[in-house]
Design a protein around this ligand. Structure first.
Ligand code: GCB
Length: 578
């Protein structure tokens, strides 16, 4: 899937702004309603609805959005696509009363050719349904009903099976864009070596007759197309400048498809770089790298999980300030702009699926079918970003050591892993575990072992030195079981900003700082550990529970991005290493 683009042949209309909104608390609106909200309030798009109105904070149901836009007359001779960057839960859209889209899954874009439904040179009504109903079979899952309110994550309310707030809404930008009738549907770029060879596969909307030109770095190739659906070839860039951490050299592939006298154009940015796992090393351009950074969230005051360029830029500026070189898109795919910025800033990304909180009940064929679709959608969207160096297929799945569940989970993970490798044979794969090695046998199918360990916090609470020996033993257990390189994808402690204590006690800034610095030293002493990500980059909103004083406070930065003591300490350590 290509990102929407305005260029010499494509037009782009952004529909972000203030939409009308109706919270369907009593399930009053059937899908027959699509021609205008009668009772509605203003709602900003993109943005979650939960913090825009106090009374909607706990609303997890069907949110109806409506906007109006006139569509230029001259678009009539082109194709028009509606593209929703991300809508929570089950989404659907109508244009002028006609259904145009249906989709399940929160953090990935949805689009449809709506040429047949728009009125050209006139006003059009667009309605979007964001059904944020908590679903025990969703990806990610809420809790099953009988257990609700008793048994969420840390007995949380609302009862979801993960530790972040289930915000609802149209969370990312909405666009209408045009292409020619016959158009470039996809471009897949790979760079198998560092010698400058760029493989590309250009896919068309149908079998086309016409011409294609491809240009990279001043070199152009022309193709005559006779009923072809795609072209696959390569160009060798002379003296290539590689994409490196902190030196993000980027190239552009310009494609022009001409059919029946009309030209569709697309310009895709990429980097020349290789990634692979070799022995105990993660190699970027054949050199070992050490991951230094954070697990993050898309989360900010008022906008919730709505995307904001300003917040994204601030986060990248803080990643640079602190000396980080990577982050994980815990626990779902992030807005494409985050990956574009990471490409431009030379920051590595471990891109994660939304499969957080998977548990025993989920290892079924129908859930696997849904999971495979999400993996395909994520890789189809993000495949050309040089910053994405590894895919993570789940966070902390509950696998269980008993034979029945183990066998089911192994099958589930083996199949997901096959789907990911079929889609992309160029990037290593992982998933992120929190339980012991015997509960994580699917690691046999993956390249890197990623673990989340909270010694001194959930295990041996309050004891930092006292738990180092056990943490060390735990690392060795994983290493001895799988013999693969490891990343510590989460470790850390909650610290309420402004709370100080001597001696360092839990929840004080001193405790968080001491724990992170001491555990980091232990991790660095293990040659098989190829990176550490502190949990978390910033404090974030989560469900209500006794273990969460308003927010999850494990951020190194506060929710409004002010540094805690641990941020200054990490900065010293990381800037020395850089
Ligand atoms: C974890 C989860 C993360 C939580 C974190 C915590 O292991 O992966 O989503 O927020 O622990 O703070 O408990």
């Amino acid at each position: 899937m290509l990102y929407p683009q305005r260029n010499a042949s494509r037009e782009l209309m952004c529909l972000d702004g203030c939409w009308r909104f109706f919270a369907d608390k009593n399930n009053e609106i059937s899908t027959a309603f699509i021609n205008g909200l009668t009772e509605s309030i203003p709602m900003a798009v993109p943005g979650s609805w939960n913090e825009q109105y106090t009374e909607l904070f706990d609303f997890h149901g069907k949110g109806w959005y409506e906007t109006h836009t006139s569509i230029p007359k001259h678009w009539e001779n082109q194709r028009v696509f509606l593209r929703l960057g991300a809508v929570t839960g089950k989404a659907a859209a109508w244009i002028n009363g006609q259904p145009v889209l249906e989709h399940e899954g929160s953090a990935l874009p949805i689009e449809a050719d709506v040429s047949a439904f728009v009125k050209y040179g006139e006003e059009n009504t667009i309605v979007v349904l964001a059904d944020s109903t908590l679903d025990p079979w969703g990806l990610p899952p809420a809790q099953i009903e009988e257990k609700e309110a008793r048994d969420g994550f840390y007995k949380s309310y609302p009862a979801v099976n993960y530790d972040f707030y289930p915000y609802g809404g149209i969370q990312r930008s909405v666009y209408l864009y045009t292409t020619e009738k016959e158009y470039i549907r996809d471009i897949i770029i790979t760079t198998p070596t560092t010698d400058g060879t760029v493989h590309y596969r250009i896919e068309f909307s149908a079998a086309v007759n016409g011409t294609l030109s491809v240009e990279i770095d001043g070199q152009e190739k022309q193709y005559r197309l006779l009923g072809q659906e795609s072209v696959e070839d390569s160009i060798v860039v002379q003296n290539p400048k590689l994409w490196e951490i902190g030196q993000p050299n980027l190239y552009q592939l310009h494609a022009e498809l001409t059919c029946n006298g009309k030209t569709d154009r697309y310009q895709e940015r990429f980097g020349i770089r290789t990634v692979c796992v070799q022995g105990d090393a993660f190699l970027l351009n054949d050199k070992p790298v050490f991951f230094r950074g954070f697990g993050k969230h898309e989360d900010f005051h008022i906008i919730g999980k709505g995307f904001s360029h300003a917040v994204a830029i601030k986060d990248f500026s803080l990643l640079k300030w602190i000396g980080a070189n990577s982050f994980r898109t815990s626990h779902y795919p992030y807005d494409e702009s985050m990956l574009q910025y990471a490409d431009e800033m030379g920051i590595m990304v471990i891109a994660e699926t939304p499969f957080v909180g998977l548990c025993d009940r989920m290892y079924r064929q129908d859930i696997l079918d849904k999971a495979n679709v999400v993996i395909e959608e994520m890789i189809a969207r993000d495949k050309n970003h040089p910053s994405v160096v590894m895919w993570s297929l789940a966070n902390e799945p509950g696998i269980g050591a008993d034979e029945e569940h183990r066998v089911k989970a192994e099958y589930f993970f083996r199949e997901m892993q096959k789907t990911a490798r079929r889609m992309d044979g160029t990037r290593p794969l992982t998933y992120v575990a929190c339980e012991e090695p015997e509960n994580n046998t699917p690691f046999q199918f993956f390249d890197v072992v990623c673990i989340n360990k909270y010694y001194g916090w959930y295990i041996g609470s309050g004891r930092i030195e006292g738990t180092l020996k056990n943490l060390d033993a735990c690392l060795e257990r994983f290493r001895n079981t799988f013999g693969k390189p490891m990343i510590i994808t989460e470790f850390g402690a909650d610290a309420i900003d402004g709370i100080h204590h001597d001696p360092p006690l839990m929840y004080s800034e001193e405790f968080q700082e001491k724990m992170i610095v001491e555990q980091y030293q232990l991790f660095c002493s293990k040659p098989y550990i190829i990176g550490t990500h502190v949990w978390a980059f910033a404090d974030f909103q989560t469900t209500q529970t006794t273990a969460r004083p308003l927010l999850n406070r494990k951020g190194i930065f506060t929710r409004d991005r002010q540094p805690k003591m641990a941020a200054h300490a990490l900065r010293k350590v990381w800037n020395k290493e850089n």
